[in-house]
Design a protein around this ligand. Structure first.
Ligand code: HEC
Ligand code: HEC
Ligand code: HEC
Ligand code: HEC
Ligand code: HEC
Length: 171
């Protein structure tokens, strides 16, 4: 047992390192969204609120990505077709049956439990408290990225006297 113990610890540590490297650094393929959506224009010029498009943020775990009808409420193929290549992509999705296949890029680690409802509805934290750069994005990010490091979650929990027990987040 004495010789197996340290060996097993080394194996577990190595496995954990490999898992972390592959999980966080390794899994960063380039992402090309189906439409090069522009947050700056929609939050600025079009004066939309975040929840107009991410409608589930106050009620569910995931904030959700917009259905095409949300876009088509403002963009009309009859008057706008042929005026902008990205709008034309929207209009071709509009003709098809399916939804726009948006790809998720803002994530946390797979073993971490995070609920939007809990933070947005119960704790009343503004979206920009955690997604501060989003309104400045004129084009979608090209890689998957962690929304925030663990230290940022824990700092705010401490400030608000919320539990920082490992198992509250790592489930
Ligand atoms: C007109 C609709 C619209 C509005 C308004 C909008 N978004 Fe988005 N949002 C999108 C679409 C479409 C995507 C997916 C494409 C992309 O990443 O740009 C997205 C992506 C995101 C993502 C990355 C999600 C992922 O994993 O793909 C975050 C975070 C986000 N939005 C936050 C916000 C915040 C915060 C606001 C308010 C300041 C906001 N959005 C306003 C439509 C919108
Ligand atoms: C409340 C109305 C509104 C909604 C909803 C809306 N847009 Fe827009 N959109 C605008 C306005 C205003 C502009 C800026 C003027 C223009 O280019 O038509 C714009 C511009 C655009 C442009 C061209 C400008 C650029 O820089 O990319 C695209 C593409 C676009 N929107 C796609 C979308 C998509 C996709 C959705 C749904 C996720 C959406 N819009 C939802 C109002 C809206
Ligand atoms: C307390 C921090 C925090 C707040 C507040 C917050 N988010 Fe998030 N958001 C995150 C984290 C962490 C993730 C990654 C979650 C995951 O992978 O399950 C995320 C992911 C997302 C995504 C990716 C796709 C999805 O369906 O979840 C979108 C879109 C998003 N947030 C939008 C919003 C909007 C809009 C608001 C405000 C109404 C908001 N967030 C408020 C931390 C936050
Ligand atoms: C800006 C402050 C803030 C940030 C950042 C934040 N949280 Fe929270 N979190 C809170 C508050 C406040 C609550 C209590 C909400 C309530 O009243 O139900 C909470 C509650 C939770 C809960 C439920 C706790 C319980 O006891 O059941 C979990 C899980 C959680 N947060 C995970 C996360 C994770 C994971 C992150 C980082 C990705 C994060 N939080 C980032 C403020 C924050
Ligand atoms: C409030 C939520 C929260 C709590 C509490 C929490 N974590 Fe985390 N933890 C996260 C998030 C989010 C990540 C992913 C982001 C990152 O790696 O910084 C993470 C990542 C990690 C990682 C991977 C680090 C890396 O570099 O990839 C380890 C190990 C970890 N946590 C251990 C712990 C331990 C041990 C505790 C208890 C002492 C704990 N966590 C408490 C949210 C939390």
């Amino acid at each position: 047992m004495r010789r197996v113990g340290p060996f097993m610890i080394a194996v577990v540590v190595l496995a954990a390192c490999v898992a972390v490297v592959y999980g966080v650094v390794g899994r960063r393929p380039t992402v090309t969204q189906p439409i090069a959506f522009n947050h700056t224009v929609h939050v600025g010029e079009a004066s939309l609120a975040c929840v107009d498009c991410h409608a589930d943020a106050g009620t569910r775990r995931d904030a959700g990505l917009p259905k095409k009808q949300v876009c088509l409420d403002c963009h009309d193929p009859d008057s706008e077709a042929g005026k902008h290549p990205q709008k034309d992509k929207l209009f071709s999705f509009a003709k098809g049956d399916g939804e726009i296949p948006w790809i998720r890029v803002a994530v946390t680690r797979p073993d971490v439990f995070f609920s939007h409802r809990r933070h947005v509805a119960a704790a009343k934290i503004d979206c920009l408290g955690c997604h501060i750069g989003q309104p400045r994005l004129a084009a979608p990010p090209s890689t998957v990225r962690l929304v925030m490091p663990m230290t940022a979650c824990i700092e705010c929990h401490k400030r608000n006297a919320v539990s920082t027990d490992c198992l509250v987040c790592h489930r």
